[in-house]
Design a protein around this ligand. Structure first.
Ligand code: G3P
Length: 215
């Protein structure tokens, strides 16, 4: 499974990129607003690191506006994937942009039927928001399971990008189901590498090493 960071912080992205575990980045207008920088300057910095997949969201809500913004974003760098919201206008815009060869990440997906439609219009990624479903008392992981099953049934090439990930169990469950990608905050990705027994074990090794005669 590919691991993406869900952030617009170039510092966070650079830190994870240098570890070698990062496969891509997703942004959204809320994340960009936290950075106090222009959207395009953030995108240029992230793409310059060499990150191969960088999702950038349109803010227009009409078809023409989405297509215009999508073409502009795609033109900024070959690594850009255009994020389009799951609305009737978004479906039409995705069909047009995908037909031109633009890779679209259909976002704000909360049902398996929406994911089925995203696939039909040629989306490259579909992004179910599982944490926000959990917040509503609906099991977000079950949605991932449904989408993966449906896509397998029909040999759909659209990749399932699990979004709104809140903790490592979300990542683990998504991987067990066979989702293609999970995008997560920096703090969640950091936790994937951590285990208290690793820390305890290392401390014991280093302490015992002090007893080994040196020379
Ligand atoms: O980028 C989309 C999604 O991952 C947002 O997550 O935590 O705001 O629901 P969250």
């Amino acid at each position: 499974m590919q691991l993406f960071l869900d952030t617009a912080s170039v510092t966070e992205i650079r830190t994870m990129w240098e570890t070698g575990i990062l496969d891509g980045v997703t942004t959204n207008p809320t994340l960009v607003a936290k950075e106090g920088r222009t959207f395009e300057s953030v995108l240029r910095d992230v793409c310059a690191l060499g990150v191969p997949s960088v999702s950038a969201e349109v803010v227009a809500v009409d078809v023409d506006g989405m297509v215009r913004e999508g073409r502009h974003l795609r033109g900024l760098h070959p690594s850009i994937y255009v994020k389009i919201p799951m609305t009737p206008a978004g479906l039409r815009a995705t069909r047009l942009l995908s037909g031109e060869g633009t890779r679209v990440n259909m976002t704000l997906v909360f049902s398996a039927n929406q994911a089925l439609l995203a696939a039909k219009v040629g989306a490259t990624y579909v992004s179910p928001f599982i944490g926000r479903l959990d917040d509503q008392g609906q099991d977000g992981i079950e949605l991932v399971r449904d989408i993966v099953t449906i896509y397998r049934n029909y040999h759909v090439p659209t990749k399932v990008l699990v979004a709104s990930v809140r903790h490592p169990i979300h990542v683990l469950e998504a991987a067990k189901i066979g989702a293609d990608i999970a995008t997560m905050p920096f703090a969640v990705m950091e936790k994937l590498a951590q285990h208290p027994l690793t820390d305890l074990g290392l401390a014991r090794f280093l302490k015992d090493w002090e007893k080994v005669p040196k020379g």
